[in-house]
Design a protein. Structure first.
Length: 124
C-alpha cells in the first residue's frame, strides 16, 4: 500500500471488491469505517455487512472478473476520486467501468462512497 492516504484508501477499496467470500468481511472492515456507507445507481447501504452483501452480489453477477484501477487516484482534504473497471480473467474484456468519490474518516478508512457507473452491459 502507498503512503498516500488517498491511494491507500483506493487500494483497500478495490481489495474489498476483489476479496473472496472467506476474506470479504475483513477486507470490508479494513476499507470502510464502522458505519461507512456505499451509494451507487443500484444500491444505497450502510454498515460492513450490507456493503459486503452488495459486493457479493456483484461478484456473483460477474464470476471470474476482477476490479482494477482505471487511472490515477486524486484527492484533497478528506475526499478522493478514482476510476475502476471490472475485467474478465478469461479474455481481458472490461464490460463495466465506473468512477467513485469517497470521503475518508479520520482513521483513513472510507466513510462514504458515491459511485458512478460509466460503462455497463445492457444485460447487467
Amino acid at each position: 500500500m502507498s503512503e498516500n492516504p488517498y491511494q491507500a484508501a483506493a487500494d483497500r477499496y478495490l481489495a474489498a471488491w476483489n476479496a473472496d467470500e472467506e476474506s470479504r468481511s475483513a477486507a470490508v472492515a479494513a476499507a470502510w469505517s464502522e458505519h461507512g456507507g456505499y451509494t451507487d445507481p443500484l444500491a444505497e447501504v450502510t454498515g460492513h455487512a450490507a456493503i459486503a452483501e452488495v459486493i457479493a452480489g456483484a461478484r456473483a453477477q460477474f464470476p471470474g472478473f476482477t476490479f482494477r484501477p482505471n487511472g490515477p487516484v486524486d484527492g484533497h482534504h478528506d475526499t478522493a476520486r478514482f476510476g475502476w473497471e471490472l475485467v474478465s480473467a478469461a479474455d481481458g474484456s472490461a464490460p463495466v467501468a465506473g468512477f467513485d468519490v469517497v470521503t475518508l474518516a479520520p482513521d483513513g478508512r472510507i466513510a462514504t462512497v458515491r459511485g458512478f457507473l460509466d460503462r455497463v452491459p445492457a444485460s447487467a
